[in-house]
Design a binder for this molecule. Structure first.
Ligand SMILES: Cc1ncc(COP(=O)(O)O)c(C=O)c1O
Length: 396
């Protein structure tokens, strides 16, 4: 198919078709799992031509693999960018991006509210290689602009944030970073390409834990980076050497999940909105964090830069830490798990899930209450989820 026709198609259509227009080997209707570790050649001339980039093909699956390549094409199409690379996990995509692009003496500007693992990279691992990371108040755009102006190689954003659902103004900060020659990177895990298009707002590289909404069925770990071809090429090369590649089996599971990504996100969005509104009226709830609520501090920016507000919300039940134990253990339609983005609802306190690596003091500094429950709304009937929350909250 003409690539222009694909990029003009709606996101629902691209979720099904992008990267998968075929024809596939053996006349298969879907891209098969090419489980081969390596690719064999009958003559040295062809092998050499592929190995030196003279003709298309695959040599060894740590470097490239046909099933993985289809996944890379699909995410690049959905994000409206030139290229993509797939990794074994979201953290592999994030750490490979940072280590591929940064050198000793470089400076990163980011925010306090990035995913816990990313925060550990900034606070503990990058400094070991003499790479400084300055972490600003997440919603203080002026402070972030001031730090960018002091000079930085890379601006790293995440929005909505995990787990307090803060919203960062991507377009404003990307503009500031570009004016100072910095690379702009954004973790789009919570929004997915269905709810947010960071490249259209000035982002150079988009990161995903594809383990979450992108794959959507809680049965595979994967990470993706998509964006500018020159940068993706460097990251892809780092992956070849560092080796955190994605297996074809996992790529297939992600591809199958992605065909329903647009459908699932529409339901995640409407379910989360209904539950956030329900909880914000609930007498046993003291706070609800969801960008779809008009009372949310980032609501106006979210309305501007997102097409939907996503499937994750957080809330604080009335009472001490023991109250969240009561509520969580009584929930029947929620798995207590360190996970989000699946078709089944999952819930857990960041203190034992996404931010378990941080000390209580570090969580407090990041503005994460110890009594916060992160609730990733699945695609169930919202009336059942509200009733389940009501019966659990009634016990406190
Ligand atoms: C926003 C965000 N980014 C990155 C990651 C890391 O992804 P993975 O668990 O696939 O390594 C997570 C995991 O929860 C996440 O929530």
């Amino acid at each position: 198919m003409d690539p222009k026709k694909m990029s003009a198609a709606g996101l629902d259509t691209q979720a099904v078709w992008a990267g998968e227009t075929g024809p596939f080997p053996f006349g298969a209707a879907v891209m098969p799992i090419v489980s081969a570790a390596t690719f064999a050649y009958e003559d040295l001339t062809t092998w050499q031509s592929v190995a030196t980039g003279g003709s298309a093909g695959h040599i060894y699956s740590r470097n490239s693999n046909p099933t993985v390549a289809v996944l890379e094409d699909k995410i690049a199409a959905l994000d409206g960018v030139e290229a993509a690379a797939a990794f074994s996990t979201g953290m592999a995509a994030i750490s490979s991006t940072l280590f591929a692009l940064l050198s000793p003496g470089d400076r990163v500007v980011s925010t306090k509210d990035t995913y816990g693992g990313t925060n550990v990279l900034f606070e503990h691992f990058l400094p070991r290689f003499s790479i400084e990371a300055t972490l600003c108040e997440t919603t203080d755009a002026s402070a972030i602009e001031r730090e960018i102006a002091r000079g930085c190689k890379l601006l790293y954003l995440e929005t909505p944030t995990n787990p307090t659902l803060k919203i960062v103004d991507i377009e404003r900060l990307a503009r500031a970073a570009k004016a100072h020659g910095a690379i702009v990177v954004a973790d789009n895990t919570f929004a997915t390409p269905i709810n947010q298009s960071p490249a259209a707002l000035g982002v150079d590289l988009i990161l995903y834990s594809a383990t979450k909404f992108i794959a959507g069925h809680s049965d595979v770990l994967a990470g993706l980076v998509s964006g500018r071809k020159d940068l993706v090429k460097q990251i892809h090369h780092f992956r070849e050497i560092a080796g955190a590649t994605l297996h074809a089996d996992a790529a297939y599971a992600v591809l199958r999940g992605m065909k329903t990504l647009a459908l699932r996100m529409a339901r995640h969005n409407s379910n989360a909105q209904a539950i956030a509104e329900h909880l914000s009226r609930h007498p046993k709830v003291t706070g609800v964090y969801y960008p779809g609520l008009p009372t949310h501090a980032g609501h106006d920016i979210a309305k501007r830069q997102m097409r939907g507000f996503g499937g994750v919300l957080s809330f604080t039940p009335r009472g001490p830490f023991s109250a969240i134990k009561t509520v969580l253990e009584r929930l029947e339609f929620a798995q207590l798990a360190a996970h989000l983005g699946g078709v089944a609802t999952t819930a857990g306190p960041p203190a034992v899930t996404s931010h378990v690596e941080l000390t209580a003091a570090e969580r407090a500094r990041a503005g994460i209450p110890e009594t916060l429950i992160r609730y990733s709304v699945g695609i169930e009937d919202p009336a059942d989820l509200c009733a389940d929350l009501d019966q659990a909250l009634s016990a406190i």
